[in-house]
Design a binder for this molecule. Structure first.
Ligand code: HEC
Length: 175
């Protein structure tokens, strides 16, 4: 019986210690991260997500976009993301603090989208990008696939909302 108690205590510790280390310590470190001004008294970043963008994220998830696109810009020493124009500074935890579901991704077949909203100047170009030369044309109607469905409209709003171009306390923009 004594051995059984030791065994159970061991099992408990084997579960509780990693849980404490991984979940609780990250919650303590990052859980209270919120919006911060880029300069004293300035507007707070990151901005809250527009409602249509929140719907668009659900479309992004349902269509598996995350299987080919990441949303994280690596620091200059760890890759060529900034040189490639994926972002103007590395991504930091605070950038994701307003997102209910963070879609960092782990495979990058297409470009990183963390800062896509800044690159995407024209809405028409966003819709062209979504179509991927055919693969996602089913989101559009009409002979020339020029009529965006509700899903495509929400998805475009989500893509346009992705931006990490503000100065953050952890990642200042170079002047
Ligand atoms: C099978 C892999 C794959 C999937 C799935 C995929 N993409 Fe892409 N995507 C790519 C590739 C590759 C490119 C680059 C195409 C090019 O430059 O011509 C790209 C380009 C893009 C671009 C343009 C990026 C830029 O910097 O110009 C956007 C926006 C985009 N994809 C959004 C999406 C969305 C939204 C979905 C889900 C509906 C999605 N992708 C699903 C592979 C994928």
């Amino acid at each position: 019986m004594k051995n059984l108690n030791t065994l159970l205590a061991g099992v408990f510790l084997a579960v509780a210690l990693p849980f404490g280390a991984l979940v609780i310590s990250s919650q303590v470190q990052l859980g209270s991260l919120g919006r911060a001004p880029a300069e004293e008294g300035g507007p707070l970043f990151p901005s809250r997500e527009p409602g249509l963008a929140i719907q668009g994220r659900a479309v992004y998830v349902s269509l598996g976009c995350v299987s080919c696109h990441t949303q994280q810009v690596r620091p200059a020493g760890q890759g060529s993301d900034i040189a490639r124009g994926y972002g103007v500074r590395p991504s930091v935890a605070r950038d994701y603090s307003q997102q209910k579901q963070v879609l960092l991704g782990d495979r990058r077949l297409g470009p990183d989208l963390a800062n896509y909203g800044v690159r995407a100047k024209e809405l028409a170009a966003v819709h062209e990008a979504i179509k991927h030369q055919g693969a996602f044309e089913f989101l559009y109607a009409g002979d020339k696939k020029q009529v965006a469905s509700e899903r495509a409209i929400a998805l475009a709003a989500y893509l346009q909302s992705l931006r990490q171009d503000y100065s953050s306390p952890e990642a200042k923009l170079k002047q």
